[in-house]
Ligand binder design. Structure first.
Ligand code: SAM
Ligand code: SF4
Ligand code: SF4
Length: 373
């Protein structure tokens, strides 16, 4: 465990600071159960004491604490938000999409929990998590795990919860985050209905419009590979709110929600897939995760370019039906043919041409064969 001790500064930066920060966000604070942070917050040196205690805990347990983990139980969605920060509308086909089964979910969660000390926030996310019919059982299963402190479910309010789901949402460790898409033209937004149901059923929840306003979106970063020097990567990573928003999908542990999109949809530059940990096959997962948190940048950050980012956008602007962009909001990328996105699009066209050409070739060959015989 030498490595982790040597990199203690980064471990603190990536894990412990994030835990303290999240627990102190006003909209989050009310959602947490009683924990040590709530207690320590009352003292002048509470934060420092917290870091010291966690460091001791690490030396004793030799396993990492996971501050925040987004578990993608589906990459399908009912909406098509143009600036979706998980890029869901730009997943191109079924191969790139994923819907977890209950069995797989249980297996992956068990593997993961075995390798870590505890998970501070476990988030069910997607796509729209309520599209996964096994969601109630998944939540129920997660609730049996003492190594998960808080469980978040984030929904777009387009699907009303079943009575089975309502029952499990009442469990103590869970809170529901409801995004506000009432501005969209989508007809079934049950924001008000959910407010009523959750109040009646005494379910912990956070309605985003009330807590952070409805014009708080930002456009996505441009995504294309550019060799970047380490100092810039470190800076980008340090300033990125997505850093260490770990995404788990299909048994793969990936740096962040943007990295997940890249991993599932783009042909990656050499070396980047080394950043992805396959929790199902990795035989020294604890060490790998400690190494992961001791890093101070990710190679995925070579893909992210935030320069043209726009802020204060209304939540959930939808892609038009006739918008044919199939990877990333294209307005920003059209004129950069060197980008991977463009390369990928060209490859797709090539594959399409091959699909069209292939049957013709076969017919011709058959014809020649017949004439020869
Ligand atoms: C990607 S969504 C997935 C869960 C669910 N489909 C939903 O929209 O609530 C997770 C959270 O990210 C927020 N989000 C998505 N794109 C965003 C953006 N460009 N800027 C700010 N927040 C964004 C959503 O509002 C939601 O609260
Ligand atoms: S942000 Fe929009 S498109 Fe993305 S997952 Fe949520 S509802 Fe779906
Ligand atoms: S890859 Fe790096 S810069 Fe891009 S969103 Fe993830 S953490 Fe941020």
């Amino acid at each position: 465990m030498k490595l982790a001790i040597l990199n203690n500064r980064n471990y603190k930066q990536n894990n412990l600071k994030k835990i303290w920060y999240l627990a102190n966000l006003p909209q989050m604070y009310a959602l947490f159960n009683f924990n040590i942070i709530k207690f320590l917050k009352n003292f002048k040196f509470g934060e420092k004491i917290f870091y010291k205690l966690m460091k001791l805990r690490f030396l004793f347990k030799q396993k990492p604490i996971i501050p925040f983990l987004s578990f993608f139980i589906t990459t399908r969605c009912t909406l098509r938000c143009k600036h979706c920060n998980t890029f869901i509308p730009y997943y191109r086909n079924k191969f790139h999409q994923k819907n977890y089964t209950l069995e797989m979910f249980k297996k992956d969660l068990d593997i993961l929990l075995d390798a870590v000390d505890y998970i501070n926030i476990f988030q069910f996310i997607g796509g729209e998590p309520l599209l996964n019919k096994d969601l109630p059982e998944m939540i129920e299963y997660a609730c049996t795990k003492s190594k998960i402190n808080n469980i978040f479910l984030t929904t777009n309010a387009t699907i009303l919860p079943s009575s089975k789901l309502i029952k499990v949402l009442k469990y103590n460790r869970i809170s529901v985050q409801v995004s506000d898409y009432r501005n969209t033209k989508y007809k079934n937004i049950f924001y008000k209905e959910l407010q009523e149901i959750f109040a009646k059923e005494n379910i912990k929840c956070n309605f985003f419009q009330e807590s952070i306003g409805s014009s708080n979106w930002s456009s996505n970063q441009e995504i294309y590979w550019k060799d970047t020097d380490i100092q810039t990567l470190k800076k980008r990573y340090n300033n990125c709110f997505n850093a260490n928003c770990i995404s788990i999908c299909d048994g793969k542990w990936i740096q962040c929600i943007a990295g997940l999109f890249m991993f599932r949809n783009l042909k990656l530059e050499k070396g980047v897939s080394d950043e992805v940990i396959d929790i199902r096959t990795c035989n020294n997962l604890t060490e790998k995760l400690i190494e992961f948190y001791a890093k101070d940048y990710s190679k995925f950050c070579n893909y992210c370019h935030f320069e043209n980012r726009v802020f204060n956008l209304p939540c959930g602007e939808q892609l038009e039906q006739n918008d044919t962009s199939n990877i990333i909001p294209l307005a920003l990328y059209k004129d950069t043919p060197q980008t991977l996105v463009a390369v990928e699009r060209e490859r797709e066209r090539e594959r399409e041409r091959e699909r069209v050409i292939a049957p013709n070739c076969l017919i011709k060959l058959k014809y020649r064969y017949r004439r020869a015989s």
